[in-house]
Design a protein around this ligand. Sequence first.
Ligand code: G6P
Length: 489
Amino acid sequence: SERPDDRVPKQHLLVVANRLPVSAVRRGEDSWALEISVGGLVSALLGINEFEARWIGWAGVNVPDEVGQRSLTKALAEKRCIPVFLDEETVHQYYNGYCNNILWPLFHYLGLPQEDRLATTRSFQSQFAAYKKANQMFADVVNEHYKEGDVVWCHDYHLMFLPQCLKDYNNKMKVGWFLHTPFPSSEIHRTLPSRSELLKSVLAADLVGFHTYDYARHFVSACTRILGLEGTPDGVEDQGKLTRVAAFPIGIDSDRFIQALELPQVKDHIKELRDRFDGRMVMLGVDRLDMIKGIPQKILAFEKFLEENPIWRDKVVLVQIAVPTRTDVPEYQKLSCQVHEIVGRINGRFGSLTTVPIHHLDQSLDFHALCALYAITDVALVTSLRDGMNLVSYEFVACQASKKGVLILSEFAGAAQSLGAGAILVNPWNVTEVAASIGYALTMPADEREKRHRHNFMHVTTHTSQEWAETFVSELNDTIVEAQLRTRQ
Ligand code: G6P
């Protein structure tokens, strides 16, 4: 029981990410609704409260007028958020273009866009220019709010240029960068026209973090093979300057989920859902509607399972929550049509007058409804083709203390390395294997379910987002100390 005045002052942190934890929706000239943003990055960062943290990022909305910018800045200040205002053209070229049409697919092994090579090459250059410009805009806002002693923590593939921009402003700034996606094999990264520039800029940071050891290793290989630098067990060395590179597996705020299950409204939800699905086992998918999540593959595996096991047709339901995301990017629009077509076909094929085998929702659920859904689920299906970590798998486990349901998990999600012993690991491309795993999961004996759940639950509740952030930031602080010691020697 510490007295307040014994406490160490909280570390001041500037968290910089493309997306703020709240997204703004305009209600009037100077009135705003703030909604919690969706995605792994936000669900992890929301759990951090050990720091005096301020957030810098894009509020997800175009605000061309000064009145709007002023009032939104004020509304966000209450949430300790500082907006970066990006105009429409920048959003189009930087966010939709370079980030989500080039880097995102590439880092998930889906390659560079290939449709029209010439057009792609031309737009590639303008999109990269917009990417650099946007990163510079983030750097300007950081620089404006930075105070000596602050630690600046940059996040994700949107901001690979930021460490360099920040060090150009102030070489003493403590800068960390963390990637929330996989870092691909150096053979994939080397196809990127701006491969060297991005690597060099990231190396300007003092500490570079990834979810898994494999991603860190791929990054170091890319630096040695593409830039010709020396990789050491601690990171990458360039003319005597060491950039620390390490793995920091992310987690969730598990208590937030566990405690939510005790709330009366969540208990009501749970009861409602149980009644609704009475007599049927519930399988669940919760994903952003993104090609990396393997949603078509998952649904096709479910179809195969129903095809081969007629006895299960009226005894199981797949609830698929597919949260719309990046809807201005053509690949995402195509995916949405594709998924609707497959779901329609399967429901037409195996549905009846009163029920359908797949409940597919193009919506996000509020937090309490989501917790209830996790809690009543018998089998969760995570079939990502590649995924940095996948925190949906963690959230499901956190809500399963009483049911002890089964997690079917892609071996290509970072989470496979932490939850592998408790989950059924699958190759999502192998529809036959996934269909067989569905059968195995639905009929798994209680003692095996319990054993697997215990392993996962232990991991999820001990490797939290709080612990992840503390480890990263303390290592970032140490790195700086090391660097200062070296200069003094
Ligand atoms: C992933 C990325 C995040 C991103 C989230 C949602 O989790 O790693 O950086 O915020 O997806 O995507 P969006 O494009 O809507 O921000």
